[in-house]
Design a binder for this molecule. Structure first.
Ligand code: WT7
Length: 648
């Protein structure tokens, strides 16, 4: 498959922002003189105080510091809304498509302005000001975007928690950033099913105790009945009636935090990734324009949830900074039928469509029929994100969904990177199915071997980035040392992505997946350590080890090896109980797919679990276990193989 090249079609080049020669020239300029390049492109947003300094960054161990445009002042909400009012006040900013196909609406930039100002005033009346953290636990409704932008307008820092996380996960994130205000909805609605968001907030606060959260603002989505704590809880519509729709946008320093987003790592609790104002917005907006080749008037749809970074950068901030029309979808790909995505494309004449490989794979199973009964003539560019897209899914996306007319931009990036780092550009880059291709402007990928030696030419190794780009995360909230330790200590002086990759003779990058103890389930990151600590908290569990294994739809599935306490019997009932336990503890995305009860785990004589062996057995590839001579008890391996769960 590596040999296959899909050349840039003449139609992709026509009217595109850049062709191949322009890409090469701009890329060269961006890495040879970052100050000049970003000094110019930093002006794509409006500054209340213009910057005079551009790049001030160091990846040096012990002194990691990342600042862009540091003496400038601006406001993200101003850039996403106010500056468009004169030229496109009556243009649609957000198309909202409800879970129910009969429900949708258009929100103009002028309406967005009024709504965001109202939400900001509701927050301000509750004491929220610059630097305060506000936790959002929201369904995919326009109020989620209003709340994000309202925080940005005040200089407050939002921390969104995906609606699929459990009350316990929500509680630890509220505590992690000490939010006094939580914005939620009565219930969410997905695939016709209700999600008890407010009840989950109540449970989270119960766990935290009453002295942290002072206000819970509840948007009415379903109208379902929820408990309202007097003095603490207020319905948003009632609070909004009390305020005006005028609220000035607070100018903040370029390095003022815009948001915190928790993400899983290989160890410990999820980290609060901090993104700041100026560099983040410049980078999100610029990548949105070039990677999707966004053009004036295009209808752009990213199917992510605002609970993930993709929703932050490519549903809300990047598109709105560009004055784009961005579609926000409340539902799921399979409701009411598996044609839903394509029906929405036709209904709203979507030009650019951005989704995850797992969604493509789940729809592939239903064949071409549900796709082909729709027109999709409006589509021009297709995007993929979240995990490597396997060539079979790529071909289906390209041939069936895009009718061989639309380029696929396979965008590689991370919560930490703020925006896309490696991706084709539609008018410029010949495509190879399965490759994220070439770096974006200003991005310097470096391949290193296990010893940290920088590799040249075609190679396979660990993917690092040699220098800073404006959208990079700045720190781990409240723990700068952990930031340095996690990303800059493995290969001192470089940002280590945690991903393995291959670079081919054309300089194209092929991401092969995580090389750390992070697994990628349906494009969502999960730390194996988190699932393990949840499992061992169960009273019947003595020890647990969790690894990923190849899963036809999810990309990776969660495989748990569980050792029970003496006297406990492992059976299907207990398997179910453990799945329910983990779902309740972390959330449905952490549900183990396979559980193997194991009398012992393979350990070195010093007691370290040999995950390499566990991964191989979970992959059903035990013929190649490698060296097992350092095991304390080699016999446990035979039992593990004997009772493996992943059999064809
Ligand atoms: C990890 C980051 C960034 C948005 C969604 C995920 C994997 C992401 C690709 C891609 C191969 C990809 C990597 C990365 N990943 N996009 N196009 N090709 N792998 O964000 O939760 O921070 O996860 O997702 O392994 O490290 P995230």
């Amino acid at each position: 498959m590596e040999g296959k090249v899909v050349e840039v079609q003449a139609a992709w080049r026509e009217g595109a922002h850049v062709d191949d020669a322009q890409y090469r020239a701009l890329y060269e300029a961006s890495v040879s003189d970052p100050d000049a390049f970003w000094g110019e492109h930093g002006k794509r947003i409006d500054w209340m105080t213009p910057f005079t300094k551009v790049k001030n960054t160091s990846f040096e161990p012990g002194r990691v510091s990342i600042k862009w445009f540091e003496d400038g002042k601006t406001n993200v909400a101003y850039n996403c809304i106010d500056r468009h009012l004169e030229t496109r006040g009556d243009q649609t900013a957000i198309i909202w498509e409800g879970d129910n196909p009969d429900e949708s609406k258009h929100i103009t930039y002028r309406e967005l302005h009024a709504q965001v100002c109202r939400m900001a005033n509701v927050l301000r009346n509750r004491g929220v000001s610059k630097g305060d953290r506000v936790t959002l636990y929201m369904p995919m409704i326009p109020e989620a975007a209003y709340a994000m932008l309202a925080c940005a307008r005040l200089g407050a820092i939002h921390a969104i928690v995906f609606g699929g996380f459990s009350p316990d996960s929500l509680a630890s994130r509220i505590q992690g950033c000490t939010s006094k205000v939580v914005i939620t909805a009565d219930e969410g609605l997905r695939g016709g099913r209700k999600v008890p968001l407010k009840a989950n907030v109540d449970a989270a606060i119960k766990r935290i105790g009453t002295d942290l959260v002072e206000h819970v603002i509840v948007v009415r989505r379903t109208g379902g009945s929820v408990e309202m704590e007097p003095g603490r809880d207020v319905y948003y519509d009632e609070a909004a009636e009390q305020v005006t729709d005028h609220c000035p946008a607070e100018p903040v320093e370029a390095e003022h935090p815009l948001f915190i987003l928790y993400t899983s790592g290989s160890t410990g609790q999820p980290k609060g990734v901090v993104h700041t104002t100026g560099g983040y917005l410049v980078y999100a907006a610029m990548t949105h324009q070039y990677v999707f080749d966004y053009r004036e008037g295009d209808v752009y749809w990213c199917t992510a949830d605002v609970g993930w970074v993709t929703g932050h950068s490519y549903i809300v901030y990047g598109p709105l900074a560009n004055g784009a029309i961005t579609l926000m979808f409340e539902g799921i790909p399979t409701y009411p039928s598996t044609s839903r995505f394509w029906e929405v494309v036709d209904k709203h004449k979507v030009n650019i469509f951005y989704t995850a490989p797992t969604a493509i794979r789940s729809l592939m199973g239903g064949g071409e029929g549900p796709v082909k009964k729709t027109s999709r003539a409006s589509l021009r560019v297709l995007g993929s994100v979240g995990e490597p897209i396997n060539p079979e899914a790529w071909e289906w996306y390209y041939n069936v969904v895009g009718d061989k007319r639309c380029p696929i931009v396979d965008t590689w990036w991370q919560t930490e990177t703020g925006g896309i780092l490696i991706s084709p550009l539609p008018g410029a880059t010949a495509l190879k199915p399965g490759s994220a291709t070439r770096p974006f402007f200003g991005v310097k990928p470096e391949m290193v071997d296990a010893e940290g030696k920088v590799l040249q030419g075609p190679c396979e190794g660990n993917l690092c980035i040699a220098d800073s780009w404006p959208g990079q995360m700045r720190t781990v909230y409240g723990d700068h040392e952990r930031f340095e330790q996690t990303y800059f200590s493995t290969y001192p002086g470089k940002y280590f992505t945690g991903d393995g990759a291959r670079r081919d003779a054309d300089g194209y990058y092929w991401i092969t997946g995580r090389v750390d103890d992070v697994i990628n389930v349906s494009g969502h990151r999960m730390g194996t350590a988190e699932v393990e600590s949840s499992l061992v908290a169960h009273p019947k569990v003595a020890e647990a080890a969790v690894v990923g294994y190849p899963h036809a739809v999810k990309g990776q599935g969660i495989y748990a090896y569980v050792t029970l306490n003496d006297g406990e019997e492992g059976d299907d009932a207990l398997r179910k109980e453990l799945v329910v336990w983990v779902r309740k503890d972390i959330g449905p995305i952490a549900s183990p797919d396979l559980i193997q009860f194991a009398p012992g785990l393979p350990k070195t004589r010093s007691g370290k679990i040999m995950r390499r062996i566990l991964r191989k057995i979970a992959e059903d590839d035990f013929g190649a276990l490698g060296d097992t001579s350092t095991l304390a008890e080699p016999a446990v391996v035979e039992d593990l193989i004997e009772n493996r769960q992943n059999r064809p």
